[in-house]
Design a protein around this ligand. Structure first.
Ligand SMILES: [Zn+2]
Ligand SMILES: [Zn+2]
Length: 296
């Protein structure tokens, strides 16, 4: 099994990190968890043909987790995709998809391109959407994927899911989506080989945000993350969904200065994050970067 971290940032635009996207590959078959900004280009950078990705899971409908989906599907359509993908996501996913293609935002593009003889196959642009509830959300001969609610956006707006994949080879990987510390996700992740968990802000930014009264949805701090991975008995942990706090780019620094003191932003902050996670988690730890590959 191979895991490719295609995109590892949160919502801020970051030239070095794309939006949330993780590719899990089991016996050569690809499964995409989230489709944030740059996911498709990142697949190509990792030598994965996006045409071969036929199953997509969306943890929730925040744009940093879904915005590349129309690019992914339209691009693979013109690159001779052979079938419409399966899309598993929270209630609201069908509505999101329905507003994109033939009757939506890209209607004129599709109308124009279908004038070409080889672009008659617009059924490719009608994904098999499966809106899910907690429990088993997908199964094929190689994998079973289960989901639980996590704590992020108010449920009445849209539920957010944590996901777990168990493979035919006895391997397991869980992914938190975006969430505050969540017992249901710890339960879902029990004894996983690899936990991939959001770690949006370092402790120093969290303190700053509290004082600055920056409005936010719920996330998990590095110290909390260590406890979560320890409680779940995860063999290995990948922290991801970093709010660009390690950037060297002056524009991103300006943007992120709403969330944390500008002078602490930079690669060294990752050392603090690693130390804070390790204070509570004794297993193997990786801090994600785009195109990072993990073989299990
Ligand atoms: Zn997010
Ligand atoms: Zn979110």
């Amino acid at each position: 099994m191979r895991i490719t971290m295609l995109g590892t940032s949160a919502a801020a635009p970051d030239p070095d990190r794309g939006g949330s996207a993780i590719l899990l590959t089991v016996r050569g078959r690809h499964y995409l968890f989230d489709c944030g900004a740059n996911a498709t280009r990142s697949m190509i950078k990792s030598n994965i043909n996006p045409v071969d990705v036929n199953t997509v899971f969306l943890s929730h409908l925040h744009y940093d987790h879904i915005v590349d989906f129309p690019y992914f599907l339209l691009t693979t359509w013109i690159c001779d995709r052979e079938r419409a993908p399966v899309v598993v996501g929270p209630p609201g996913t069908q509505d999101f998809v329905d507003h994109l293609f033939e009757n939506g935002a890209f209607a004129k593009d599709i109308e124009a391109r279908r004038q070409y003889p080889r672009r008659q196959n617009t059924e490719i642009l009608v994904p098999d959407v499966r809106e899910c509830e907690p429990g088993t959300v997908f199964e094929d001969e190689f994998v079973k994927v289960t989901a639980c609610y996590v704590e992020h956006i108010p449920q009445e707006i849209t539920p957010c899911f944590g996901l777990r994949m168990d493979t035919i080879d006895g391997l397991s990987v869980s992914f938190s989506g975006d969430t505050a510390p969540c017992d249901r996700f710890i339960e879902l992740s029990k004894n996983v080989d690899l936990m991939i968990h959001e770690c949006t802000f370092p402790e120093s930014a969290i303190k700053f945000r509290q004082k600055a009264n920056v409005g936010t949805w719920s996330h998990t701090s590095p110290k909390e993350l260590g406890k979560i991975a320890q409680k779940a008995n995860a063999k290995s942990l990948v922290a991801t969904h970093f709010a660009s706090y390690d950037t060297c780019n002056p524009v991103v620094k300006d943007i992120m200065s709403v969330h944390m003191p500008k002078d602490i932003i930079g690669p060294a902050l990752l050392n603090e994050v690693a130390e804070d996670i390790r204070a509570n988690f004794k297993g193997e730890l990786r801090l994600a970067h785009d195109n990072m590959r993990i073989d299990l």
